[in-house]
Structures are given as structure tokens and as C-alpha cells.
Design a protein around this ligand. Structure first.
Ligand SMILES: [Zn+2]
Length: 454
């Protein structure tokens, strides 16, 4: 422990010693996601790089060169407000600092009598990291960190930790310019599970720092309510246009259920796994002829539209009545094909008048083996726009800098002569893009195709 009398002559050592032992040091605590995260539960927080100029953005979303460290969200004030207040129970400002609680979503583990839509998915809970944000220099004193929930179904293990066990190695994070943060990272220190019943509203886990009789609220984790588990029924259709079947990656059902929409507490299941052989359709039908004759030169959207129309005419699992994209359709149609459509991996229809996404999408040859494409296009179908869309996204991010399913795997560069854009490099999360943001959970859970009563 330091001897402060050397640096601060005006203090008498005895006085300083008492001060150190009895005064609760100032710090905040944040729950964070472990580095090996791969989408198996929902966890979201306000990332530093979204609001501070940390990452270098090469180009704006319209192609204009930037080339300097830039906050990745273009609406920093709005994004801060979102994480500080929306759905947050009892917002806090420890030591007059802004505080943005992280969000966790986990399924309840229940008996059928307790809740018929529970799941074993998070039976063993999830282990989360803790970040201790230092507001003044921390010391090895007797400070404890306590976790408190008022909901009996929300279990936090352990419920108490010693601060000194968490602060072995200090790190400094540059937040752009001269701003920096000192913090400690304690990995997978806390297990959280929901067992025996559901969370009927968004729940807070309060975090307290305690030393002797002094106690301060220094953090919070929000846990998303899990008493309503919408069901997304997916009809997967192998659209055969040649002598070959299209080979969709074989873990796609697992992806739907366990590494994507589960984050929004949606049970996404492939209900029908079927084939649709174009070559077996009546050759006298002019629509069939057109598709067979032009399929190799059609645009992605033309192929999508043709498949939609042909399936409505001849498909075995088409909606009982109406169109696939009607409001009454409670299934999502995943068409996949070994056809190519230029550089397009997949496409979902969007009604330009209403900005409502369709209930079907198509994956082309180059997207068949991409985890991200299978989920990304379904995300559109479940109402999620690109996060870099200025027109459609709640918050506009720069193109290709996040690990979000609704981002792209490449960074947008300069504008090309044909009106498209060059890539300025790969998204650094390429191949590891498993995130859906909390505000996206809210959106996707209200999609018209979801089934609430089952
Ligand atoms: Zn897209």
C-alpha cells in the first residue's frame, strides 16, 4: 500500500491511514459479455466505440472519406438516451456519473406447470464478466460488492464478491483524444439464471459497494422480461432449378434456435423442411417458362419475386389463404437455391410504401454456407433494417464496424463509377457476428408473423 506522506506532505500519516481504511472508494461496476460470446443468450450494452471516437472510420455511409477516429453511431446523444432510460428500471447516476446498464436476456427454466414456454437453454445460467470502473484509485480494503434482485426467480451466484479479488490488474482504455478510463476486468465471475418462474417485467439487478456501514449503489444489470415467448415458424424450402439440390449449411436450424433470435426470447423453429422442384412444374405455364429461361440473368429481386409467385401457385406449404407477405401469414418462408444473383447473398422483400418487410426471403448460392446470411435475411423478414440505414434504422451506424447480425461484413469505401461502393476492408468481426442489440429485441418481438398464443 502506498505511503501517502511522501507525496502529500500536508497529511499526517496517521490521519491518512484512517482515511484509507474507512472511506469507501469511488468506482462503478458494469456487467459485460465474455469474449467467447457466440450468440447463445442476449447481452447488450452501450459499447465505448459507439459513442467515443476510438475506431477509425474510412468512409461515411454515402462514400465520403472520413479517415479519422469517429464514434461508430451517428446519433450518439440518442443512443445514450436509449441505453440510459428506455425500459430501465430506476435509472442511477453513481457519484453524478452517467450510467448505462447492460441488458441480459435468458429463457426461464421451469416445469410445465410453472410456465409452459420455458426452456432448458439457460438451465445452468450464464457466466458474465464484471468491469470495475475506477473513479479514484482503488486499494485492497474490505470493500464488498453485493448483487441484489427482488425477483425470487432471478438467481445471482455468488451474491457477494470482495473487491480486492477483482482488481489484480489495472487496464486503461483510450476513449479518443485525451479521454481515458481506468478499469479492471474480472472474467466470468457471476452466474445468472432464471429458474422456477418467469420475469413478468424487466428486472433490475442492483449492484452495491459496501465498506463498513457505507453503502453506495454503483451499478445495475437489466434483465429482459421473459414471460412472453413468441414463436417464429420457419418453412425452409430448397428451390430446385437444376439437377442439383442447394446445400444450405447443416446447422441452420440450430442457428435459428440457439444463436440468434433466442436473444430476443423468440423460439424460432423450422416447422417444415421441404423441396420445391421448378422442373416438375407445368411447362405450359408462362411464368414457369419465363423463370426457367431467364433465371441465370435475372436480378436478385426478380428471382425472389418469381419464386414467391410460383410458390403461391404450386407450393405445398403456401399460406392457406392470401399472399405470403400478408399480415395474416404467421410463417416465415426461407427459400434457398444454388442460383447466383451477382454478388447478392440473399434478399428479403420490402414494401417501399409502408417500409414493412416481407414474410419470405431467398438465399442464393454464395450465401448458402454463411451463418450470417441465413440469420441476417431472416432478421429483415422479422422487421429489422440494416443498422447503417439512415432511412430505416432507429440508430444509424457506420457500415461494417459492428458485430451485429444486421451489419455487413465489409466496410464501405469510396463510391464506384457504377454507383455502388468499393470496400475499404473487412469488418473486423467478420465470421463472428452474433449480436442483436437490445433495441432490436424490442423490434423483432413485435413482428406481425410471430405467434403469441400456442
Ligand atoms: Zn440485408
Amino acid at each position: 500500500m502506498e505511503n501517502p506522506s511522501i507525496k502529500f506532505g500536508e497529511y499526517k500519516p496517521t490521519k491518512r491511514k484512517i482515511f484509507q481504511n474507512t472511506t469507501l472508494k469511488k468506482f462503478m461496476v458494469h456487467f459485460r459479455r465474455p469474449s467467447d460470446y457466440n450468440g447463445k443468450y442476449g447481452f447488450d450494452w452501450l459499447r465505448d466505440e459507439y459513442i467515443y471516437p476510438i475506431e477509425t472510420v474510412t468512409n461515411d455511409n454515402n462514400g465520403t472519406a472520413i479517415g479519422t477516429p469517429t464514434a461508430l453511431c451517428k446519433d450518439v446523444a440518442a443512443l445514450k438516451m436509449e441505453y440510459k432510460t428506455t425500459d430501465v428500471v430506476n435509472p442511477i447516476s453513481p457519484y453524478a456519473n452517467d450510467y448505462y446498464p447492460a441488458w441480459l436476456s435468458i429463457f426461464p427454466y421451469t416445469t410445465t406447470a410453472q410456465f409452459s414456454h420455458g426452456s432448458r437453454m439457460h438451465k445452468n445460467g450464464v457466466y458474465l464478466d464484471l468491469e470495475i470502473e475506477e473513479l479514484e484509485t482503488l486499494v485492497d480494503d474490505a470493500t464488498e460488492i453485493l448483487f441484489k434482485s427482488n425477483n425470487p426467480f432471478l438467481k445471482i451466484t455468488p451474491s457477494k464478491l470482495n473487491l480486492k479479488d477483482l482488481i489484480s490488474s489495472k487496464r486503461t482504455k483510450n476513449l479518443g483524444g485525451t479521454t481515458a478510463r481506468d478499469y479492471y476486468l474480472a472474467e466470468k465471475k457471476v452466474n445468472i439464471k432464471c429458474e422456477g418462474g418467469t420475469l413478468n417485467s424487466h428486472e433490475e439487478i442492483k449492484i452495491f459497494a459496501k465498506l463498513g456501514v457505507q453503502k453506495e449503489e454503483v451499478g445495475k444489470l437489466m434483465v429482459y422480461k421473459n414471460n412472453v415467448i413468441p414463436k417464429a415458424e420457419i418453412v425452409a424450402i430448397n428451390v430446385i432449378t437444376s439437377s442439383n439440390l442447394a446445400n444450405l449449411r447443416n446447422d441452420y436450424q440450430y442457428l435459428f434456435k440457439n444463436q440468434s433470435f433466442n436473444q430476443a426470447l423468440i423460439r424460432a423453429e423450422v416447422k417444415v423442411d421441404t423441396k420445391f422442384d421448378i422442373n416438375s412444374l407445368p411447362s405450359t405455364d408462362v411464368d414457369v417458362q419465363n423463370f426457367i429461361n431467364n433465371k441465370n440473368t435475372m436480378s436478385a429481386n426478380q428471382i425472389r419475386s418469381s419464386i414467391e409467385n410460383l410458390y403461391l401457385k404450386y407450393g405445398k406449404h403456401k399460406p392457406v389463404s392470401g399472399q405470403i407477405d400478408d399480415n395474416t401469414t404467421t410463417r416465415t418462408y426461407l427459400f434457398y437455391t444454388d442460383l447466383n444473383a451477382g454478388r447478392t447473398s440473399g434478399i428479403c422483400s420490402l414494401d417501399n410504401a409502408t417500409n414493412v418487410w416481407g414474410n419470405h426471403y431467398v438465399i442464393f448460392n454464395q450465401g448458402l454456407n454463411s451463418k450470417r446470411t441465413v440469420i441476417h435475411e431472416c432478421g429483415h423478414s422479422l422487421s429489422l433494417p440494416h443498422i447503417f440505414s439512415s432511412a430505416l434504422s432507429s440508430f444509424e451506424f457506420y457500415h461494417g464496424y459492428t458485430d451485429n447480425y444486421m451489419d455487413y461484413e465489409w466496410q464501405k469505401g469510396n463510391r464506384a463509377p457504377n454507383g455502388s461502393y468499393y470496400s475499404s476492408g473487412d469488418n473486423k468481426f467478420k465470421g463472428n457476428m452474433y449480436s442483436l442489440f437490445k433495441w432490436q429485441w424490442n423490434i423483432v418481438r413485435t413482428d406481425r408473423s410471430l405467434i403469441l398464443n400456442y
